[in-house]
Design a protein around this ligand. Structure first.
Ligand SMILES: Cc1cc2nc3c(=O)[nH]c(=O)nc-3n(C[C@H](O)[C@H](O)[C@H](O)COP(=O)(O)OP(=O)(O)OC[C@H]3O[C@@H](n4cnc5c(N)ncnc54)[C@H](O)[C@@H]3O)c2cc1C
Length: 496
């Protein structure tokens, strides 16, 4: 008879419970799942802005969207607004949607640069216009309609989302074990993890161990001693103060990222409060000054004292090592600028399901898992560094440092290609495609020296006409959308 693989998950934060719920719902005949967590060791308690891919994950495990949103005080997210990034006083939105559509066989920004109508690129993005007008509605599934050109994500209360997943996981057969792991034993021959020993002296054995222990990385980093690749020379922020405040006046359908002198501040609108934080570099500001800066820049009164979180940008060289797979902060962290951590948890879970192991460890599977995760991390790394590097701010050390720091060759090449004539690399797998790079390059003031010569195949007057028509269609359609606040009140009001 087939013996189920025994999976032990260490950690009950967002990573642990996402993993437990997914395994219990999607692989109930293949594995049994136990999850160990301790009420004495708190979760990181942040992680409230997501990416559109999370809807696929939720759908996959059978989550009802309106129910999940109402129980996690969630709001919709159509993108991120970056204020003061390229230079002080400017603002652009990185939307979950397209800027225009390709015209005359070339990408939209080529015609936009060529036509030089004086209209901002944002006028041609449905998602950006919805953000700017605080509107929300679901995209339609009808090719060619302006309101089919975007997707959406969520802002939610991270603690409530983990609790929601825990409920699903436990209902689907996951056994939760409360206790602090004091020591970990490994096999003397092959170095595999054998068991976790709890403070209560209970020993938890398993075939595979999923390390969701957060920044401690108790299994992958501390026990198996997988080395950490440090990316802090490029991503210099290493601290964050986080605090909840009362809600702001408007219920924005987007996250805000406001650059300050030594980092940036997030504002994440939930139904019952605003999530705030200041991500900063301790090289350029003291912890006390950063806390004061955050509190000074809240839109509404704080609900508690701010909490300090320390971190280092980078990731462990192999997230799957022997019979241990690290998922979440235990595998690496790339700072929250583009809300990519929960996405990386999701990708790790789906890759694990695709490469689900048998009882015996197999390095072919772990090598492929690690290759796929490397690719995701590297792309995100370049995209995040771009935000810091591409700035014209001269008012503080952090921005001067980031502008002149040596950047990875892969990113330098991308920037040069855009500068040359607006070339943007595209791929069909992973995060951050055309619209994302267009938003940041153009939003932070990088201009292209020339346009793609193929753009001239379309007469300039036609290009301008098509662009005007598109902008008017977007304006007219956005006017018909309900406000984000009304939409939420109707679809998923917060229920405790
Ligand atoms: C400042 C900041 C802002 C962020 N913002 C975002 C965002 O907007 N969007 C996004 O996608 N991500 C964001 N993230 C990342 C996000 O918070 C995490 O990816 C997510 O919360 C998952 O965390 P985790 O489950 O890996 O770890 P944790 O939440 O830290 O959970 C660790 C778990 O391990 C358990 N544990 C640890 N040691 C032991 C032990 N010895 N014995 C028993 N149990 C143990 C703890 O009890 C806990 O349950 C942010 C991170 C930071 C630092």
């Amino acid at each position: 008879m087939f013996k189920k693989i025994e999976i032990v998950i260490l950690g009950g934060g967002t990573a642990g419970w996402m993993c437990a719920a997914a395994l219990a719902r999607l692989a109930p005949n293949i594995c049994s799942v136990r999850l160990v967590e301790s009420d004495d060791i708190s979760t990181v308690g942040v992680g409230e802005a997501t990416l559109p891919q999370l809807k696929e994950f939720n759908d996959l495990i059978g989550i009802n969207e309106a129910d999940m949103m109402s129980k996690t005080a969630a709001t919709f997210k159509l993108g991120i607004e970056f204020s003061n990034w390229g230079q002080r006083g400017n603002s652009y939105i990185h939307p979950f949607g397209a800027f225009g559509q390709s015209m005359g066989g070339v990408e939209f920004h080529q015609q936009w640069a060529r036509a030089n109508t004086g209209e901002s690129l944002e006028a041609y993005s449905y998602a950006v216009q919805a953000c700017r007008n605080h509107k929300f509605d679901f995209p339609v599934d009808s090719f060619g309609e302006v309101n089919s050109t975007y997707s959406y994500a969520y802002h939610f209360d991270a603690g409530l989302y983990a609790a929601y997943l825990r409920h699903i996981a436990e209902k689907s057969g996951v056994e939760r074990i409360e206790g602090v792991v004091n020591s970990v034993s490994t096999h003397p021959d092959n170095g595999n993890i054998q068991s976790l020993m709890l403070a209560s002296n209970q020993e938890i054995k398993g075939d595979y161990f999923i390390d969701c222990s957060g920044f401690r990385s108790l299994l992958l980093g501390q026990t198996l001693k997988v080395p950490f690749e440090d990316w802090s020379p490029w991503l210099v922020c290493d601290r964050a103060w986080a605090v909840a405040s009362e809600s702001g006046q408007a219920l924005l359908p987007y996250t805000r990222s406001i650059a300050h002198e030594a980092g940036w501040q997030w504002r994440i609108p939930l139904q019952h409060r605003m999530g705030n934080g200041y991500v900063f570099s301790s090289q350029f500001i003291s912890e006390d000054e950063a806390a004061a800066c955050l509190l000074r820049n809240l839109e509404a009164p704080a609900l508690s004292d701010p909490r300090l979180i320390r971190f280092k940008a980078g990731r462990y060289y192999s997230a799957w090592e022997k019979n241990c797979i690290a998922i979440g902060l235990s595998s690496g962290f790339l700072e929250p600028l583009e809300s990519t951590s929960i996405y990386l948890i999701q990708v790790a879970i789906t890759n694990l399901l695709k490469l689900f192991p048998k009882h015996k460890t197999d390095v072919t599977l772990s090598a492929e898992f690690n290759r796929l995760m490397d690719m995701e991390y590297s792309r995100i790394k370049d995209f995040l560094i771009l935000h810091y590097h591409l700035n014209q701010r001269d008012d503080s050390e952090l921005w001067r440092y980031c502008r002149s720091m040596p950047i990875p060759e892969s990113l330098a090449q991308k920037i040069e290609l855009f500068r040359w004539r607006g070339y943007v690399d595209s791929f069909s797998f992973g995060l951050f495609n055309l619209a994302s790079w267009q938003a940041v390059y153009i939003g932070q003031g990088l201009s292209q020296a020339a346009t793609d010569p193929f753009a001239n195949n379309l007469p300039l007057s036609d290009a301008r006409y098509q662009m005007d028509t598109l902008a008017s269609k977007i304006r007219a359609r956005v006017n018909l959308m309900p406000s984000h606040r009304d939409f939420i009140a109707d679809y998923c009001p917060f229920r405790k």
